[in-house]
Design a protein around this ligand. Sequence first.
Ligand code: XMP
Length: 495
Amino acid sequence: DGFAAARLFNQGYSYTYDDVIFLPHYIDFPTESVSLSTKLTRNIDLSIPCVASPMDTVSESSMAVSMAALGGIAIVHYNNTPSDQYSIIRSAKSRRIPFASDPIFKSPSDFIGSGDDFASSPCVFVTRNGDSKSELLGLVSRSNWAKSGEIGIRVGDCMEAVAAAGSSRYDFDQAASFLARNEVDWAPLVSGDDGEVVDVFSAEDVERIRGFPKLGLPSLGADGDFMVGAAMGTREEDKERLEHLVRAGANVVVLDSSQGNSIYQLEMIKYVKRRFPELDVIGGNVVTAYQAQNLIQAGVDGLRVGMGSGSICTTQEVCAVGRGQATAVYKVASIASQSGVPVIADGGISNSGHIVKALTLGASTVMMGSFLAGSNEAPGAYVIQDGRRVKKYRGMGSLEAMMKGSDARYLGDKSKLKVAQGVVGAVADKGSVLRFIPYTMHAVKQGFQDLGASSIQSAHELLRSSVLRLEIIVAFMLLESVYSFDLLKLIEIEL
Ligand code: XMP
């Protein structure tokens, strides 16, 4: 019944995830016993196969904190200055609780104009210069400000002392018991090194997080901090950026290119491995065995697979180059597995079924942009569009993102001519990744159970040994308009 992967993917057709379907196999274990623990790279283990894409509408510190807390990882984008990217990574790594809050700072001479200052925080922190770095003098709580009854009151005139401050090294349970012990509704979590307020943690947060499914093992580096990845380019100036990333404590770097099989990337892989032998390097993107082979020989520790498969991508339309993502993942993983190099299936994930397909076809993790972009943890504010709460999501090759600096990936140099290979859009509010990723992982486990695979490793083995069988989904409406019926017959015969 059905076809073995080796047969299906060697016919000269390019399949996307939606073109193929697995036939169910045999179940002899419960869903709960499916393990999704996996490898991001040769040396980095994750407890869930989820990676947040290095895009400026997806991965900054808030996403990095929550993805690591879930047992996945985020790759911080580099559409910024090296020092901005350094700060984002440091900010994620200085936290232990599973989310990043948004404390507000003012100086004593500033004014509190309206209740809007308390929209995202129960208080305003007062520091000497009104920034997070300068000396903490006190705070203005929402309730105290409301009691004062004055609209344009000066901060210095309604400031109170900080009653209880916890440590930014507290994990969630420690922070929760700190609030209970001190009988307060909220408290700042302060860094022991410089007294900087890192987070404001409240009883509401305790209730919210406890309402989410229980978190698995977080992704922690050897330093005990959350694991954070960072993207960089392959230009000469990226060597300078690399120094910042390593100083920030990045646990892995991703050389970010839509066509990774280039002399620039091969040389950068070798440079990074020479300069920091302990640092894992992910190369890509690739979609063919030939491209993958070159990067593996240069020494990559992980391979990112996908070209034009992302939801905001127009590379295939603009450049006529790419591959259907199911075929790309299968082909690259077949080669990479021989060298023990894990594969990241990048782009085109819009439901849990796509994750099951990517992992079963040989990927060890999936990298997601749009799937995570509408979450609370994605950068940017929600806006109302056609009556729906949405957040902006844009391709890093869109004109808008390139104007901010991401042209290295899509143009190769800072030439004046800019041709977009991506678009700008918006995605609906999905709430917190801390809630919807655990549900998604549960759905993936159910898919694995239907396939009779109790782990990602075992899915790979079942596929390789032709126990798992696939079929092509024939979308008739599409086929009628795109293919002649002669071609349809040919497909049948060849298969
Ligand atoms: P999803 O489908 O998860 O895809 O939204 C995210 C991936 O898409 C890639 N990417 C782009 N590809 N033009 C492209 O052709 C772009 O502007 C662009 N921006 C991101 C990238 O691999 C990302 O992880």
